[in-house]
Each structure stands twice: as structure tokens, then as C-alpha cells.
Design a protein around this ligand. Structure first.
Ligand code: BES
Ligand code: ZN
Length: 600
């Protein structure tokens, strides 16, 4: 059993895992870990029920920056030999464990290291309550292996149980059946009965409290945040009902949210039964809840039917964006959903411009071999994926398309698919040899070609047409405070801000700010968009607010464009580096990996 051998023959299909599931595969995990805030490490055992399919003498797990102490076989815990293969950039090292043809159980005793990229350990100052430390994980795409030795491929599913020991003042929650209250022992037990891929393994520990929203829904948050969160997400149950009406029964029992501290690097993460969400969506007016619709939609597209490899990421995200906007349409009407489509189209256009419309990375089916799967995390998967589905819906009609999607989710429930499997399902169930329809759907143009295909129909929005009118009036000299902006949602404001010219005078900036108070907006989307203009136009009135935002918020989607705008000029770059030096300790590794590169 040499290392060369083990790395040469990877799992067919998934180039981002060392596992060889067709030979020996994990089916169930029993995790028993201790959370140590002083040392910032997790330690304990991961015990797997495995299937040895070929009678092989080894099973391979993925690890990265883990300390593997001992490995045992069977219930009698017989020590066995293991080897850690060569370290590969972002993939880590294969853990090759010697097994027997009849081995059913493997127990790995391990510790994480402070480098574990999935984990963010927050000190009390970085939380809302400022009293207790906080921990959360972010496993997608291939970071689960930095906190659990695991077959870390989205093509492999496991059920799990966990026992987690935490300091007595804190509560632990996972992507599983959760406690709703602290207990006096600090020991919590979890069960995830449905099989899930490794990237959905999740844990958070903090001073958390639970608030029920509906019969099936609720929110975990720090006490300081729970009221705001309960107001913002009061409609979770309605969302769940709308989603079920569209694509079938919710298969995970409960749907709860965990509101994290602001350093959370994403908007949301669809951890099963417990979506992790950024507090930057707490806008006080429920205007950013499409993000919850998005994470909820993943309970079908992603968690139930999963992209088999990260090259098929659009199957997760494109479907989810489409589904998210269908939920929002169901709840708030077509004109509302149309605004989201137009904003999404703007994001897509920006991404196409940045990558270049003939870049291979603008195809839906990606080729990420040899690269960090994070590189596939662009608006191509999200928005081009969404518009491909919108295009199919237009070609066959909504009723047929919904029936098709329902069947797709039930046919592939609790399985992984890939682009090719989806496309053959599409051909069999929908296209059915109709050449004219096939031409309209244009699989080749959408999935395997870069850019947007000919005949792409741009989305439009009647509510945005009014915003454009107001903008034109302003450009033609009408004072900002006289514009008719009554009843504008944050989406309209975002559209307005995006319409503003790249170059504006100090006077124009000040006029807009005075009329609409952008610099002090409580809406993170509005604020982040406004800061880009403030930076480009050297509008220093916003400096303090900008610095506060950058030092508090760790959401990468906001940070990257803002830092990019800053480093466009030499003085801006100085400012960016000074702020980054202060802010960096508040960011999760997911964000610092990107920003270190950008700001080096
Ligand atoms: N699953 C993603 C987040 C993700 C993707 C994390 C890939 C790591 C690797 C999540 O569902 C997501 O898409 N979040 C978005 C919000 C959404 C409304 C577009 C985000 O965080 O911005
Ligand atoms: Zn998503």
C-alpha cells in the first residue's frame, strides 16, 4: 500500500476527494468530540460503519491539517495501522487505513489543529453578547476534512450520530436533530437519520437560545439577537408551505435557522435542518428574506438531490436560485420576483464581464480538476443556472416544468446526480424526441458553451421601470429629495444605486446621501453598493461607516468588491491595508484566503 498508488487512482468522477467509495465506503458516522475553546481544538473519535465492497485491504478518508492519533477496527477496538499520504494543496492528505475483508467498523482517534479552515473560533468581543466565546464550522465545499476525517465527496452519503462536549454555559447545535435548551452537563447528543453528503456536516457552539416560529420552524441565536431575528424571519413557516406546494414534501422534519455572528463568511449555508445565516440580513423590514427562501430551497436542490462533484455545482445553486424566486413569487407576487431576476441578471453580466464571455469557467458544467472548488463558486452556477431553467420553463410551460421538477426531486431523492444524469432525465421526461423543443432548450448552448446563448431573453421588471424613471429625472436635474421613492423596497434602492454613474461630484454624492441617508442605511445590501460609489468618488463622509462595516462584517460577497474598489488607487490601497490589518482577525478562513490573495 504505497502513497503513489493511493493518490493515482482517485474516486472516479470526484477529483477533489482521495476516497475510493467503489472499494470501501462509509455509511454511518458516530462522532464523539470535545470542544476546547482554550486550545481552539476539537478532539475525540470518529467511528464509521463501513462497507468493504471489493474485499480491499484499505479504506481511504480525506483529512487536512488533522492530527491522527490512533485507528482501531471493530467493536473490540483492535488497533490497526494507517498512513497519511502526501500533502496536496487544498486537498490535504489521504488517510489510508488498513482493514480486513470483513471489517465493519473503523474508529479514528484525532485532534484538529489551529489551522482547521472550516472552524472559526470567536472570542467574546466578536459576538453580539460580548460575554462568551463562539464556534462555528463551514464545511462546503471541501473543508469538512479539516475538522473530521471523512470521505469528503458530495457523491458519498452518511447518516450520523454525535456526542459533543462543550463548556457548561454554552449550547451546541448541529445539522441534525437539535436540543432547544442548555443542560447542566454540557454534553449534547445529536442524530441525523437521513443520509447526507459530508459538506453538510455542521456544528456551532455558543451562548444560544431558541425561539419557536411555527410548528415546524424556529430560530437559534444569541439572546441579544433573538428578538430581531424572530421579527425578520416570522414568515418561515409560510415559506416552507410555499416550497412544499411547489416541489413536494419537506423531507427533513424540522427547519430551523441559526443566526451567526457577523464574521460568518457567507450569506447562508443550507446545513440540513439548521440553515446557518449571516446577521447582515437582519434589515428590520424583512426585505432580505429571499436568502432564507434560497437556503430552504436547498432542502430539495442540493441536500435531497446533490451535485455529485463540484464540477456540477450549478445543479445545486442554479436550481436553488430558480426555486428561491418561485417561492418569493408565491409569497409576494410576480413583480417582486421579477426584481430579483433583474438583479440576478446584473450580477451575471458583471461576472461574464469579469471572467470574459468566452472563458471556460462560464460554462455550466465546470472542469475544476487541480483547482480549489471554491473557484467554481461564481454567479455562473447561480444565475446562468437559474436562467437555463427559466428558459426551459418558458419552452414547455410552467405546469409541465413543475411536474418535471417534482419528479426529478422524488426520483433522485437522497442521491447524488451529475450534469449528464440530469440531462438524460430532461431528454427522457421532457424533450422526448421533440426536435423543435430540443432546439429551444439548447442544452449545448447553455451547459457546455461559454457565455450566454443566442436568443437569451433578458428579464424585465415593472417596478424597476419606475426606478429608472426616477433616476432619469434626477440625472435631468430634478432634486433627489423630490423623486418619488415612496414604498421602495431595498431591491429598488439597490437598483437605483447600481444605476448611478461611476463618476459623481462631491455635491451629487452629498445630495443623494442627504436625501436618502445611504451612508447610515441599516440595509447591508444598500450599504455595500453605496460604499462602492463612495470609494470611487472619494466621498470621505462615508469613511467611518465603511471602516466599521469592514471590521464587523466578514461576508465575503460584500468584502471582495469593496476591497477591490479600494485597491484601485494608491491611497485607497493604503487605506485598504490599514483596515485589513485590523479587520482580518474578525474574518473566517474562507474570506481571508481570498483577501490575502487580493491584498498581497
Ligand atoms: N451553499 C451556498 C454557500 C456556499 C457555496 C458555501 C459553495 C461554500 C461553497 C449557499 O446556499 C449560498 O448560495 N449562499 C449565498 C446566498 C444566496 C442567497 C445566493 C451567499 O452566501 O451569498
Ligand atoms: Zn446556495
Amino acid at each position: 500500500m504505497t502513497t503513489e498508488q493511493s493518490t493515482a487512482e482517485r474516486a472516479p468522477g470526484d477529483t477533489h476527494s482521495f476516497a475510493r467509495p467503489s472499494e470501501a465506503v462509509a455509511k454511518h458516522l458516530d462522532l464523539d468530540i470535545d470542544v476546547n475553546f482554550d486550545q481552539k481544538i476539537l478532539s475525540g473519535t470518529a467511528t464509521y460503519n463501513i462497507e468493504n465492497l471489493t474485499g480491499t485491504d484499505k479504506i481511504i478518508f480525506d483529512t487536512r491539517d488533522l492530527q491522527i492519533e490512533k485507528v482501531y477496527l471493530g467493536d473490540e477496538l483492535q488497533e490497526t495501522s494507517f498512513e497519511l499520504g502526501d500533502k496536496k494543496e487544498f486537498l490535504g492528505q489521504p488517510l489510508i487505513v488498513k482493514i480486513k475483508p470483513d471489517t465493519k467498523k473503523v474508529t479514528i482517534k484525532y485532534k484538529t489543529t489551529p489551522e482547521a479552515a472550516a472552524l472559526q473560533w470567536l472570542n467574546p468581543q466578536q459576538t453580539a453578547g460580548k460575554k462568551y466565546p463562539f464556534l462555528f464550522t463551514q464545511s462546503q465545499a471541501i473543508l469538512a476534512r479539516t475538522w473530521i476525517p471523512i470521505q469528503d465527496s458530495p457523491g458519498i452519503r452518511i447518516t450520523y450520530n454525535a456526542k459533543v462536549k462543550v463548556p457548561k454555559e454554552l449550547l451546541a447545535v448541529m445539522s441534525a436533530e437539535n436540543p432547544t435548551q442548555k443542560n447542566t452537563t454540557g454534553i449534547y447528543n445529536f442524530e441525523m437519520k437521513q443520509p447526507i453528503p459530508s459538506y453538510l456536516m455542521a456544528l456551532s457552539v455558543g451562548d444560544l437560545t431558541f425561539r419557536k416560529i411555527g410548528p415546524q420552524t424556529g430560530i437559534y441565536a444569541e439572546p441579544a439577537t433573538i428578538d430581531a431575528a424572530a421579527y425578520e424571519f416570522a414568515e418561515m413557516d409560510k415559506m416552507l408551505a410555499a416550497a412544499e406546494k411547489l416541489y413536494g414534501k419537506y423531507r427533513w422534519d424540522r427547519y430551523d435557522l441559526l443566526v451567526l455572528p457577523p464574521s460568518f463568511p457567507f450569506g447562508g449555508m443550507e446545513n440540513p435542518r439548521l440553515t446557518f445565516v449571516t446577521p447582515t440580513v437582519l434589515a428590520k423590514d424583512r426585505s432580505l428574506t429571499s436568502l432564507i427562501a434560497h437556503e430552504l430551497a436547498h432542502s430539495w436542490s442540493g441536500n435531497l438531490v446533490t451535485n455529485g462533484t463540484w464540477d456540477d455545482f450549478w445543479l445545486n445553486e442554479g436550481f436553488t436560485v430558480y426555486f428561491e424566486r418561485r417561492i418569493m413569487e408565491e409569497l409576494y407576487g410576480k413583480e417582486y420576483a421579477d426584481m430579483l431576476q433583474v438583479l440576478g441578471y446584473q450580477d451575471l453580466t458583471n461576472t461574464l464581464n469579469e471572467l470574459g464571455a468566452d472563458s471556460e469557467d462560464t460554462r455550466l458544467k465546470l472542469d475544476l480538476e487541480g483547482r480549489d472548488p471554491d473557484e467554481g463558486l461564481t454567479d455562473i452556477a447561480y444565475e446562468k443556472g437559474n436562467f437555463f431553467l427559466v428558459n426551459i420553463e418558458r419552452a414547455v410551460g410552467r405546469e409541465k416544468f413543475d411536474a418535471f421538477l417534482n419528479k426529478y426531486f422524488s426520483t433522485f431523492a437522497f442521491q447524488s446526480t451529475d450534469t449528464e444524469k440530469f440531462l438524460s432525465f430532461l431528454r427522457e421526461e421532457l424533450i422526448k424526441g421533440d426536435d423543435e423543443l430540443a432546439e429551444k432548450i439548447n442544452i449545448e448552448g447553455w451547459v457546455f458553451s461559454p457565455g450566454l446563448p443566442d436568443g437569451f431573453v433578458k428579464p424585465t421588471s415593472s417596478r424597476f421601470a419606475k426606478v429608472e424613471e426616477a433616476y432619469t429625472a434626477w440625472k435631468n436635474g430634478k432634486p433627489a429629495k423630490e423623486l418619488s421613492t415612496k414604498d421602495w423596497s431595498s431591491h429598488e434602492w439597490l437598483h437605483f444605486i447600481r444605476l448611478l454613474p461611476a463618476q459623481m461630484s462631491q455635491q451629487q454624492m452629498a445630495e443623494l446621501d442627504k436625501a436618502f441617508n445611504f451612508t447610515n442605511s441599516g440595509n447591508s445590501e444598500v450599504l455595500a453598493a453605496w460604499f462602492l460609489h463612495a470609494i470611487r468618488n472619494n466621498y470621505t463622509t462615508a469613511d467611518q461607516a465603511l471602516e466599521t462595516f469592514l471590521t464587523n462584517v466578514g461576508r465575503r460577497k460584500f468584502l471582495v468588491p469593496i476591497y477591490k474598489a479600494l485597491i484601485a488607487t494608491p491611497e485607497g490601497k493604503k487605506k485598504a491595508l490599514a483596515i485589513y490589518a485590523k479587520a482580518r482577525p474578525n474574518y473566517h478562513a474562507v474570506s481571508t484566503v481570498t483577501l490575502d490573495e487580493l491584498l498581497k
